[in-house]
Design a protein around this ligand. Structure first.
Ligand code: TGC
Length: 391
């Protein structure tokens, strides 16, 4: 993408709202995406391969646990985190998902709710990408409604015994530590389960039509014995996992716009060079309308993400605002990616071009971290005062 085309696409001059530090950070992550993700992603996607070796590189880039302070974490702002995940998701949602699961979910759970020893033990090496974490909340029969989880931790004289099953757990089969949410006599609590613990089995879910450069697993816990130190002391009730989901959902508000922008740019470039009936596709009114409709949503969605990021940095971001951002930006990003594919014609169904890969990935993104329906009902409850989740 030439600079002039990119700048022409920033019709609202949104870049002028970013500081020099923010622009520099974005440039660094954009370069990383160009060098490490773009040249390889078609192969990773085709082979359903998550490149484990990219984790320390992302650690070195400073994007793991990016918004967290201390314990070797980068301590960057919410806007900087957003800009980084936008660039990574312009590469692929699967790679951005790794960064979210690692930083926004697993590391955030330990940072927010862990003991001093747990933080010291896990966070520095997770920030460096030496160790991988996962976040086990969803179950085969408890997706939108985590309160119905059946995974149970029974307290014993010398610790805990964990039984149950989780599903759709990102990175679980290669994780060094699992953050596992389970019911107990005192309600829902979080536990740290290190890799190799007897009774834990993680099996990748295959084959998938989405998120192919990432890993999602079924996990079972069969009489898993944990010491008393395994519990996250600070988390009690669903507020524990939900406060981590806020972080991941916030990142998605930005990331989805990265996938949308990349789809738009692929279509714009193609339309400029592909001749039909003797002139470039970009010269046809129908194509221009498609490109403009995509750009309008990308500019609006990016402005929304930036607004939420500024609110977050000021300490004022509310869950219903995150819901509005996730609902809108993922919904619009899917439309953009699909529309971009139509401009690419038959070539758009190959892995030579990104839009259909992004559209497929975004089906997962619109489903995890709260479906469209869940975020609609969170907003519905906010504006009416009436919860419509339960019958
Ligand atoms: P509700 O009674 O409303 O709340 C229970 C407690 O949680 C608190 N709470 C929150 N706290 C912080 N942030 C939020 N956003 C919160 N929302 C609720 C609430 O204050 C209460 O606290 P307390 O102290 O009074 O007990 O709970 P509910 O079950 O009625 O909530 C309904 C609903 C639908 C909003 C909630 O269940 C929900 O958000 N469901 C969607 C769940 C979801 O997003 N699942 C995705 C799981 S993670 C994932 O998909 C992938 S992980 C990444 C990977 O591995 O790839």
């Amino acid at each position: 993408m030439s600079d002039s085309t990119t700048n022409n696409s920033d019709v609202l001059a949104l870049d002028s709202l970013l500081t020099a530090d923010e622009l520099a950070l974005r440039e660094r992550v954009r370069d990383f995406t160009a060098q490490r993700i773009r040249p390889n992603i078609a192969r990773w996607y085709e082979d359903a391969h998550f490149p484990r070796g990219i984790a320390p590189e992302l650690g070195e880039l400073g994007v793991l646990g990016m918004h967290l302070d201390g314990y070797g974490c980068p301590g960057r702002t919410a806007v900087e985190y957003g800009l980084a995940v936008m660039e990574l998701e312009a590469g692929d949602s699967g790679i951005r998902t790794f960064v979210s699961v690692q930083g926004s979910l697993a590391m955030t759970a330990i940072h927010k709710w862990g003991s001093e020893e747990q933080k010291e033990q896990w966070l520095p090496r997770m920030a460096a990408g030496e160790l991988i974490g996962c976040f086990a909340l969803t179950e085969p029969t408890a997706g939108s409604d985590p309160s119905s989880m059946t995974t149970y931790a029974r307290q014993t004289a010398d610790g805990w015994v964990l039984d149950g099953a989780k599903r759709w757990i990102g990175l679980a089969s290669i994780a060094d530590v699992m953050v596992v949410w389970a019911n107990t006599e005192d309600g829902i609590r979080g536990f740290l389960v290190p890799a190799g613990t007897s009774g834990v089995t993680a099996t990748p879910i295959e084959p998938k039509l989405s998120m192919r450069a990432s890993i999602q697993c079924d996990v079972t816990f069969d009489a898993v014995r944990l010491g008393p130190e395994a519990i996250l002391p600070g988390a009690s009730g669903l507020r524990g996992p939900f406060s981590c989901l806020n972080e991941a959902r916030y990142g998605i508000v930005w990331g989805a716009m990265g996938a949308a922008r990349d789809s738009y740019e692929a279509a714009l470039e193609y339309a400029g060079s592909r001749l039909q009936f003797g002139r470039p596709l970009a010269g046809y009114q129908l194509t221009q309308e498609k490109l403009v409709n995509m750009l309008v949503e990308i500019q609006k969605g990016t402005m929304l993400a930036l607004h939420l990021g500024r609110l977050k940095d000021a300490g004022h971001l509310e869950p219903q605002q995150i819901s509005l951002g996730k609902l809108n930006n993922v919904r619009e990003a899917i439309k953009v990616a699909r529309e971009a594919r139509t401009i690419l014609g038959g070539n758009g169904i190959t892995l030579d071009y990104s839009p259909l890969r992004h559209a497929n990935n975004l089906e997962s993104v619109r489903t995890y971290e709260g479906t469209d329906e869940v975020h609609t009902l969170i907003l519905g409850q906010h504006i009416t005062g009436i919860g419509a989740f339960r019958g």
